[in-house]
Design a protein around this ligand. Structure first.
Ligand SMILES: Nc1nc2c(ncn2[C@@H]2O[C@H](COP(=O)(O)OP(=O)(O)O)[C@@H](O)[C@H]2O)c(=O)[nH]1
Ligand SMILES: [Mg+2]
Length: 360
């Protein structure tokens, strides 16, 4: 399950966003909204494709993919030195796949006017300092061995020294060359600035000029960093989630310009950043969505479901969800030449519906 850490300055609206996202779910088990800890929640990712596939396949149950959110508090200037709640919370971000950086885009009496770049930088610099510390510590640990001539340690030392020099220049590591990023990741996978970032501008009113002016600024900043940006009205979105009547709900969403499904919006952006795709299965009358790393072969997909399917893998029949739905049945899609038989080297594509054949 993809894990997303919601970070940002105090009063940016992180908890409001967290609540909006984790409440935005109901319908089918097993995920729903589950509170693991007060600040950890799992939301199911509504995916219209699932409903359409389920209909064609006469599935009796739908199981969406899920996304885990952490509401990460305690990040203030100096957090890396233990200010505020300090490192305890930075360590929670380290295990996440994507950082959702929440930026305040509304006025609050106790806070100065929103300042996109300044606010973003304050947090980004804490991340950089925190990574610096981790890299330094690791370097100290391996230095002796490297200096004694151990080849592996020397390689690691050279990679980490490079990372440290970039951090010293206040460069987040995700901005480096893909190859360098992969090397650094192989030694220290938990560095925060290696992680992809989704900037979320939290606004009062998504239709206002003020909000949109701030959003333009944020998009510019995100583009410079190769990050993604979106605008959410967390407080209104949370109110939307508390409306049960479908008609009133969609009127409310339309009036205020809200996402009917904020989780899907966030999940789509996070999947893109995390290089994840979705494939589907319909075995045992259960229509299920699964996440998978881009460029994975079909054995990895099989492994996700059950190691026995990977072990006993013979072949798979694959149809794109859109072809399946367009032709109205698996059989009709097959007759139209849209079902493909693939072996173990097949690279799974987003939207594949997969029927595994395996020795039990
Ligand atoms: N006006 C306005 N207030 C908001 C919005 N989102 C959050 N707030 C308020 O801002 C304050 C801080 O929000 P909170 O979610 O606790 O921020 P956190 O410190 O980042 O977790 C609370 O009083 C929220 O009600 C918003 O979109 N508009
Ligand atoms: Mg909070």
């Amino acid at each position: 399950m993809i894990e997303v850490g919601i970070a940002g300055l105090p009063n940016a609206g992180k908890s409001t966003l967290f609540n909006a996202l984790t409440k935005a779910n109901a319908s089918c088990a097993p995920y729903r909204f589950t509170t693991i800890k007060p600040n950890v929640g799992v939301a199911e990712i509504k995916d219209e494709r699932l409903n359409l596939i389920a209909k064609v396949e006469n599935s009796e149950k739908i199981i969406p993919a899920a996304i885990k959110f952490y509401d990460i508090a305690g990040l203030i200037e100096g957090a890396h030195k233990g200010e505020g709640l300090g490192n305890q919370f930075l360590s929670e971000i380290r295990t996440c796949d994507v950082i959702c950086h929440c930026i305040r885009g509304f006025n609050l009496n106790s806070e100065p006017e929103p300042d996109i770049r300044k606010d973003a930088d304050t947090v980004n610099i804490e991340f950089i300092y925190s990574d610096m510390e981790l890299v330094q510590r690791r370097i100290e640990k391996i230095r002796k061995k490297a200096e004694s001539g151990d080849r592996q340690s020397r390689e690691e030392l050279s990679v980490l020294s490079y990372a440290l020099s970039e951090l010293n220049n206040l460069v987040p590591l995700r901005k480096l060359d893909y190859k360098e990023v992969e090397k650094i990741k192989s030694y220290l996978p938990d560095l925060i600035t290696l992680k992809p970032v989704l900037y979320v501008l939290n606004v009062e009113d998504p239709k206002s000029q003020f909000s949109n002016m701030l959003f333009e600024e944020l998009k510019k900043l995100a583009a410079e960093e190769g990050a993604e940006a979106m605008m959410v009205a967390a407080k209104l979105q949370l109110e939307l989630e508390e409306i049960n009547d479908d008609d009133i709900r969609s009127d409310f969403a339309e009036e205020f310009g809200l996402y009917e499904n904020a989780v899907s919006k966030v999940a789509t952006a996070c999947y893109k950043l995390g290089h994840l795709i979705t494939f589907f299965t319909t075995a045992n009358k259960i229509c299920q969505a699964w996440e998978l790393k881009e460029n994975s072969n079909i054995l990895l997909a099989a492994e996700k479901i059950h190691s026995d399917i990977a072990k006993g893998f013979i072949k798979a029949e694959i149809v794109n969800w859109n072809d399946l739905v367009t032709y109205g049945s698996f059989q009709a899609a097959r007759e139209a030449g849209k079902v493909f038989i693939e072996g173990r080297d097949y690279i799974v594509q987003d939207g594949d519906v997969i029927f595994f054949k395996f020795n039990r």
